[in-house]
Design a protein around this ligand. Structure first.
Ligand SMILES: O=C(O)c1cc(=O)[nH]c(=O)n1[C@@H]1O[C@H](COP(=O)(O)O)[C@@H](O)[C@H]1O
Length: 279
């Protein structure tokens, strides 16, 4: 039987540190690396990131949007990023933030979580806006293949609270409902479950407690670095749930490139800042 994603993630974090390094080939970053904003620039950026980060961090998170904007040739580069990072020992969380009615959700699950797909990753990001139950095909497909799903709960952008803090008829919040559903799904799993919540480092006051944040699964925490989140602010926001945190940083680490050693050193620094939090 395939080892569940949750167990693989725990082992990878113990071995390499907790940080998830994003691969976000923004036009601005391509420029900062002296690369052209086209497929050849994208390929150079992406494969340099793979070489630097694949052997270094527990999880790599390629942002699909920045590959898709170059069309099918860009998606072909993304396929090489996914395969290359996995070959170098990093888990791959594909950031696609998908969500749709069940039958279509199955299509997304097949695309990103079925090992027979050219874009098969270890985990994907999903949006619960069509209802948590609409994600069932992704959760079930992930479980079948030892993969995981990270569901948006409290995102790092300022617009997030409009929906995520909204109250449900039972008096809870939308974000709290997502967290409760994840906790139920991960219940009993050891060392923790395979499905995580996305909770930004910069959320400030949120309608959930540290207890709610303990979903017996990983908490992907973007907003670290470029968006202002630090180890201290993460400790303040997450309380006891801080041991579940997978801090995610894209621009701050990538800004150290294109030198491979400098990129690795930036990832290592972020790991050092957060290592003590998650023990
Ligand atoms: O799912 C995510 O990773 C994500 C969730 C969120 O709430 N906020 C957020 O910034 N992200 C992603 O994190 C990346 C930006 O990270 P930085 O460049 O470190 O700010 C982008 O790929 C975003 O899509």
């Amino acid at each position: 039987m395939t080892t569940p994603f949750g167990a693989r993630l725990r082992a990878a974090m113990d071995a390499r540190g907790p940080v998830c390094a994003g691969i976000d080939p923004h036009a601005a970053l391509l420029g900062a690396w002296g690369l052209s904003d086209d497929v050849s620039g994208l390929e150079r950026f992406a494969m340099t990131s793979v070489e630097a980060l694949g052997p270094e961090v527990a999880v790599v998170k390629p942002q699909s949007a920045f590959f898709e904007r170059h069309g099918s040739a860009g998606v072909a580069v993304l396929e090489r990023v996914v395969a290359g990072c996995r070959e170098l020992g990093a888990l791959v969380l594909l950031d696609v933030k998908r969500g749709d009615i069940g039958t279509t959700a199955q299509g997304y699950a097949d695309a990103y979580l079925d090992p027979r797909s050219p874009l098969a990753a270890d985990a994907m990001t999903a949006s619960p806006y069509l209802g948590f139950g609409s994600l069932e095909p992704m959760l079930a497909t992930a479980e079948r293949h030892g993969a995981g799903v990270f569901v948006l709960a409290l995102t790092s952008n300022p617009e997030g609270p409009q929906f995520q803090h909204a109250r449900t008829p039972d008096g809870g919040s939308v974000a709290g409902t997502v967290l409760a559903e994840l906790a139920a799904r991960n219940a009993g799993a050891e060392p923790w479950g395979s499905h995580g919540a996305v909770v930004g480092a910069t959320i400030g006051r949120a309608p959930v407690s540290a207890e709610d944040l303990d979903v017996n699964g990983p908490l992907l925490v973007p907003g670290v670095g470029a968006q202002g989140g630090t180890a201290e602010s993460v400790r303040a926001v997450f309380g006891d749930a801080v041991r579940h945190v997978v801090p995610s940083s894209s621009r701050e680490i990538l800004g150290a490139g294109p030198d491979v050693a400098a990129l690795r050193a930036a990832a290592r620094r972020t790991n050092e800042q957060f290592a003590a939090l998650v023990r």
